[in-house]
Write a protein that binds this ligand. Structure first.
Ligand code: G3I
Ligand code: 9MR
Length: 538
């Protein structure tokens, strides 16, 4: 297996180097006692260039496994960095364990959660129906479990189903990335994949959110966001709110895909998932315009989207890949997935990409001309992303930084992986690594955005348990949203004045617009880390 550089965790504080001429740099052992490589920086004498030199794996010969630093005379030493086989394995597992820490309705014992052990919160066994659900007065809903969406304690069907789809995509693309025993979760040693065990925790909850008519309630939430308290202390009344076309199609997509993936794990469960997906599909196609908007008395996450074409395409793609039935293919022809990458616009359009990934994954089922069109869309987009990583500072693929920009970086890398599965060109993997390096520290904030990993990582994420648990370090394995030029939280957050777009990030608890964590940001990170691990050495 070749050994590659990863995570050149350079310090943002170092500032530009001065001087006009080329400068020597040295890669040293951790102690600085011996030099294992030396080279010369180019004319652009700043940390961008320096980090670029070390992060581009092709530029210098691989070093033996170990820990190193970079030394520049007159500047000093970089943070230590590691050269390792399976360099991403721990971060990958950590990001999945991050989901375990998000479990609602369950106590996390010390055996699994270590110092982050906590009491159960939000039993959600008797949730009120909000009038917007169409079921007011009809008793209560039992809807326990699932993962908290983010730094808040609410549970949203759209943003539960979508990340489940991204996580299942990894399982389908590389095989089980976290077999039994690898995650130290309560289900470890039940003889089944830990990865699927963890995903099932969310699927089980999603299943409870399906109404008798097949439609999906949009979310389970308090009326307002809770204070920054531990789960068990956040006891305001929870409501089932809304019923929407987007939630329903997303649910159909995730459950139809899960029906395929969970077939070997538990055939009866797979049958249940598929039946639920079919009922959701029927409701969605009969109710195409039920777009969710927060009712006046509800101010929690909206996950609104006035266009369900991509959700519908995703649902149809999964149902078709699972069943092969013509009805779903006909729908795809009428509403083909439009592969899209739009950093800064948010997550709303990425379901179409999941549709395309799935159809390309099942070429035996899908007619060739349909596949050819999808393949071309993905290759064209991936090629432009490769160009972008060459052009942009820090070799990351985006040039607009909105809410959750780190997930845009990871979603770009998912597209690169999809292209790589079509044509195994090394530049796709190289660009994926660049994206991963950016997330793990090769960025102008000099920070590894995954909590608990790297030399410097966020300490003050907008995450209620992390803020309230009395432990200095945040819950590990959670990806900070990342730089966001819109700074919607600027009233509560002190951003660096004049920060460049890529620096528009604040490691401050109140910064919900740059430093929250979220399921649909962790999931593509998990995918990319898992994919890179799987192809490393191949
Ligand atoms: O699309 C526009 C873009 O055209 C414009 O240039 C830009 C500049 O203002 O704004 C873009 O829209 C923003 C969108 O995110 C995409 O970045 C909205 O202003 C912004 O309000 C929106 O933020 C969403 C946020 O909820 C607030 O509703 C995020 O996408 C979404 O990820 C986030 O999700 C929250 C849940 O509601 C609650 N749970 C936590 C979760 C993560 O913060
Ligand atoms: O804390 C909330 C966070 O979990 C949400 O993702 C975010 C989405 O808008 O909103 C946060 O709540 C803030 C609210 O929107 C505006 N006032 C400050 C709140 C945080 O203290």
């Amino acid at each position: 297996q070749p050994i590659r550089f990863t995570y050149a965790d350079t310090s943002a504080g170092a500032g530009p180097l001065t001087g006009g001429a080329s400068t020597a740099y040295f890669v040293t052992t951790l102690s600085g006692d011996s030099t294992v490589h030396e080279g010369v920086l180019g004319d652009t004498l700043d940390w961008t260039a320096l980090a670029g030199v070390v992060a581009r794996p092709t530029r210098i010969d691989p070093l033996p496994v170990g820990e190193y630093r970079i030394f520049i005379p007159g500047v000093g030493y970089s943070h230590p960095f590691r050269v390792a086989k399976q360099a991403l394995r721990e971060a990958f597992l950590g990001s999945v364990r991050g989901l375990y820490h998000q479990r609602a309705s369950q106590a996390l014992p010390e055996t699994h959660a270590g110092e982050y052990a906590r009491a159960a919160g939000h039993p959600d066994t008797a949730v009120q129906y909000h009038p917007s659900s169409g079921r007011a007065g009809g008793g209560t809903l039992s809807s326990p479990g699932g993962w908290y969406d983010a730094g808040d304690y609410n549970k949203y069907v759209v943003n539960g189903a979508f990340p489940v789809g991204q996580l299942l995509a990894l399982y389908e693309d590389v095989g089980d990335p976290a077999p039994d025993g690898s995650l130290n979760i309560p289900e470890s040693s039940n003889g089944k994949s830990d990865y699927l065990d963890e995903i099932k925790y969310e699927l089980d909850w999603l299943l409870t959110m399906q109404d008798d008519d097949g439609g999906l309630f949009h979310k389970l939430t308090t009326l307002k966001f809770a204070g920054m308290v531990m789960p068990e202390a956040a006891t305001k009344t929870r409501f089932v709110v809304g019923k929407s076309t987007t939630a329903t199609f997303d649910f159909a997509g995730a459950t139809a895909q899960a029906a395929r993936v969970f077939r070997d794990y538990d055939p009866a469960y797979a049958d249940q998932l598929l039946a639920a997906a079919r009922r959701a599909w029927a409701w969605g196609t009969a109710n195409t315009g039920a777009f969710f908007i927060n009712p006046d008395d509800v101010s929690t996450g909206e996950y609104g989207d006035g266009n369900a074409d991509d959700e519908r395409a995703w649902a149809a793609a999964e149902l078709f890949a699972t069943t092969g039935e013509q009805e779903f293919y006909n729908d795809l022809q009428a509403n083909p997935p439009r592969v899209r990458f739009a950093p800064g616009v948010g997550w709303t359009s990425y379901m179409a990409n999941l549709a395309a990934f799935t159809l390309l994954r099942h070429p035996d089922r899908v007619p060739q001309e349909f596949l050819a069109g999808l393949r071309e869309q993905i290759i064209t987009l991936a090629d432009s992303l490769v160009d972008d990583t060459d052009r942009t500072a820090y070799f990351q693929p985006i040039d607009a930084f909105g809410w959750g920009s780190n997930s845009d970086v990871a979603n770009a890398a998912m597209l690169l992986a999809a292209a790589h599965r079509q044509e195994a060109r090394p530049e796709y993997v190289a660009a994926m690594r660049d994206a991963m390096n950016y997330l793990l520290g090769h960025n102008p904030n000099g920070v590894c955005y995954l909590t608990g990993f790297g030399t410097r990582s966020p300490q003050f994420i907008h995450h209620r348990p992390s803020a309230a648990d009395g432990i200095d370090a945040p819950v590990p394995g959670l990806l900070s949203g990342g730089p966001n030029t819109a700074q919607q939280d600027r009233a509560d957050t002190k951003y660096k004045p004049g920060a460049a777009p890529m620096q528009s990030w604040a490691d401050q608890t109140p910064s919900y617009a740059s430093n929250e964590i979220c399921l649909n940001w962790n999931a593509p990170f998990t995918y990319v880390a898992g994919y890179l691990e799987a192809v490393s050495g191949k």
